[in-house]
Design a protein. Structure first.
Length: 462
């Protein structure tokens, strides 16, 4: 476990929020939570040469900072959802107001009117769009089918009515309303429930469903055969509750409040309100996001390792070729190593290139040799840090040459360069296949959009 002191606050955390740093110290010092070895290794791969403590502080602080922002945004959204409403723009840039489709109803909006040196804010009401003649005829036909399909409720047929009817008041996806004219005997209520408790024999009744839209009315006759009920104890209980509730509503129709039934028979009733406020859902989403946040950071770290491996694999052939060229020009292994790293540093300082994992590792190896580490040990550490077979083979060739003084280093390097080029071509082919597979979904989505535009244009021209 790493030890932490106050002076360990380094340059990389100067711009990080103080609260995130305090949470980092509490997490590591007070709770004594050890840093993950796997994460530490990955961070060292992505930032070669950086001190381990600095990497740990930086990684902890960015994670805690993201968590704090998540909590803050969650609180703000919860407050907005709990205490504020949302508006909808209806005024277009061309000075037109958007109507709601039939059935959407009228809506009010405030607009600022100015002209001729005058300015005023007024509230106007925008009526919904009305059906065209052919649209209305189609909607009425759909309404007849909709009523036939739903008015029986759970009853199997119109010849055997024992359960409540479903007297729809609206037609789905339509602005057409439905009014019902019930039987004169009063066996059917407005809500579809049946008054058949005293019914002794089968009775035929007629209901009239009148579809209404503006001034258009179209009646529809429905013949039903009511059968005597066979109700369970629970059904009788809830029917009693429903009757008493209807009585309470009628008796207090002019009052500001309506009382729920207090007793049904000998049973005392208890009530509790069921609600699903939006702020609770947002709070739940914020908690869930906070829980998955560490996994998102781990995924980001894994993606960084994958990017590092891809970059190292792509740059290996070029590095080998440069090494062969410099060795052939008469430089020693260490001289070639220094020449490559210094050229990279010069180009990086001029802004020609950004950071490359391979050359950063080579710079770290050069610094180790400058600090007294032997060449062989530095090259071996270079191969181990990169942890890729090709680089480990390259470092082995260098170490063997240093220890045994073989004369065929250039030849063996050239063979390695040919193998690296073949591997690079194979790798490029694999990347091309992966890119083609990734492009398949966007192409399908674009095709769907094109078909949707064609169909929309076709419907608009009808």
């Amino acid at each position: 476990m790493s030890c932490y002191r106050e002076e360990d606050r380094m340059k990389s955390v100067k711009g990080i929020d103080n609260l995130a740093y305090c949470l980092h110290r509490f997490w590591r010092l007070r709770l004594h939570v050890p840093f993950s070895e796997g994460r530490r290794k990955h961070l060292q791969m992505l930032r070669p040469g950086s001190p381990v403590k600095e990497l740990e502080v930086w990684d902890d602080c960015r994670r805690f900072q993201a968590g704090l922002w998540t909590v803050l945004f969650t609180i703000v959204l919860v407050a907005i959802a709990a205490f504020a409403g949302q508006g909808t723009k209806v005024l277009t840039g061309t000075g037109e107001l958007k109507r709601l489709e039939p059935g959407g109803g009228s809506r009010k909006t405030e607009i600022t009117v100015q002209g001729g040196g005058n300015r005023k804010t007024i509230e106007i009401e925008i009526p919904e769009r009305e059906y065209r003649k052919e649209e209305l005829a189609a909607k009425l036909a759909e309404g007849r089918e909709y009523i036939k399909k739903h008015y029986l409720g759970e009853n199997p047929s119109a010849e055997k009515i024992t359960k409540p009817l479903r007297l729809v008041s609206t037609i789905q996806d339509s602005a057409v309303k439905v009014r019902w004219k019930l039987d004169a005997a009063g066996y059917v209520n407005k809500d579809g429930t049946l008054n058949t408790d005293d019914l002794k024999e089968e009775t035929e009744v007629t209901l009239t469903a009148e579809m209404v839209y503006c001034d258009v009315k179209e009646p529809m006759m429905l013949n039903l055969l009511l059968c005597p009920p066979n109700k369970s104890r629970e059904q009788r209980f809830w029917e009693s509750w429903e009757k008493q509730w209807q009585m309470e509503k009628e008796n207090s129709s002019q009052e500001k409040r309506v009382s729920l039934p207090g007793r049904i028979g000998n049973q005392t009733m208890h009530y509790s309100e069921v609600n699903h406020p939006l702020w609770r859902r947002i709070l739940l989403m914020g908690i869930l996001f906070s829980l998955i946040l560490p996994f998102l950071f781990d995924y980001q770290l894994e993606q960084g390792i994958r990017k590092r491996e891809l970059q190292l694999q792509q740059e290996y052939p070029e590095m080998i070729e440069r090494f062969i060229l410099l060795l052939g020009a008469g430089l020693t292994i260490r001289g070639a190593w220094q020449r490559i790293t210094k050229d990279y540093e010069a180009r990086r300082e001029c802004g020609e290139i950004s950071g490359h994992y391979l050359y950063e590792e080579m710079i770290l190896t050069r610094m180790e040799m400058e600090n007294g580490k032997s060449e062989a040990a530095a090259y071996q550490a270079f191969g181990r840090r990169i942890s890729m077979l090709s680089y480990m083979k390259f470092s082995t060739l260098l170490v063997q040459n240093l220890r045994k003084g073989s004369d065929d280093l250039l030849r063996r390097m050239e063979v390695e360069a040919e193998d690296a080029l073949r591997a690079r071509r194979e790798f490029a082919r694999q990347l091309g296949e992966e890119a083609g597979t990734k492009l398949l979904l966007p192409m399908i989505m674009m095709l769907v959009v094109v078909f949707a535009l064609i169909m929309a244009a076709a419907f608009q021209s009808m």
